[in-house]
Design a protein around this ligand. Structure first.
Ligand code: ATP
Ligand code: MG
Length: 232
């Protein structure tokens, strides 16, 4: 049974993932999705599901950012509300859960610190930080990328205009600069042009966002009157 699993894994991961990073048996493979989630939308959920499947993850944990320092100038909803929406979105999926460690942290939140905190708490698990292609191209501006790569494999999914060959080149450049060995996996993904920015804009213009966010999230946004005024 175990053997069957690993062969299947090898086959499905040919392109995207090197077997070198497969953790010893008995450890969990945990996907982490960081984001502002302002609000969480079906693009996030589908990406989480896609990665879960492609990388044979055991779980995906959504990690809403407390105060992301790269978005500090923007007026974003409080962390507790973004966490609440993420919790509503993952309800009913036993493999997804939400972590509150960033929204609870004072001050700016940095991915490198979150990963170190999780590494300390779960030393046996393998972490896969799931992100869209935009993050692959901005991660060098994040705080201490080498500390990020020390604790996870970055899984970058195709998004927007970015193509796999461009991403391949960036992956090589980053790996050379910040980490030894293969620590970046590229994930072919549906081109979904959906973003939280677009959702906020649509709500502000009085347009429908039904089916762009889960129904429970939509109901909560309506109940609270979120995003009716310009919020960034
Ligand atoms: P905003 O427009 O406010 O930046 P967003 O839709 O980009 O919102 P974030 O919370 O910034 O959402 O993103 C969290 C993570 O999800 C990032 O890694 C981002 O690249 C990824 N992501 C979001 N939407 C998509 C999508 N449609 N396709 C692929 N990745 C996505
Ligand atoms: Mg974004």
């Amino acid at each position: 049974m175990e053997e069957e699993h690993s062969m299947e894994e090898e086959h499905s991961m040919e392109e995207a993932y090197s077997m070198e990073e497969t953790p010893p048996m008995g450890t969990r493979r945990i996907g982490l999705m960081g984001g502002t989630f302002n609000p969480i939308h079906v693009g996030h959920l589908m990406l989480a599901e896609w990665a879960l499947d492609a990388l044979k993850l055991d779980e995906v944990w959504m990690v809403p950012a407390g105060m992301p320092y790269m978005k500090a100038a923007q007026n974003i909803l409080p962390g507790a509300e973004r966490l609440r929406m993420a919790q509503l979105a993952v309800r009913g999926n036993g493999r997804f859960r939400c972590l509150d460690l960033e929204v609870k942290r004072q001050g700016y939140t940095y991915t490198c610190e979150t990963l170190e905190e999780l590494r300390g708490k779960y030393p046996e698990d393998a972490f896969f930080f799931i992100a869209g292609a935009d993050c692959l191209f901005s991660i060098e501006k994040w705080k201490a990328p080498e500390r990020i790569f020390a604790n996870c494999t970055l899984v970058a999914a195709v998004r927007g205009e970015n193509t796999l060959p461009e991403m391949e080149a960036k992956k090589r450049e980053l790996e050379e600069r910040f980490c030894e060995g293969r620590k970046i996996a590229l994930l072919p993904f549906l081109h979904m042009s959906i973003s939280s920015t677009e959702i906020r804009e649509r709500i502000r213009r009085g347009q429908s966002v039904r089916y762009l966010v889960p129904d429970d999230v939509l109901a909560y946004i309506r109940e609270k009157g979120f995003y009716r005024e310009k919020s960034d």
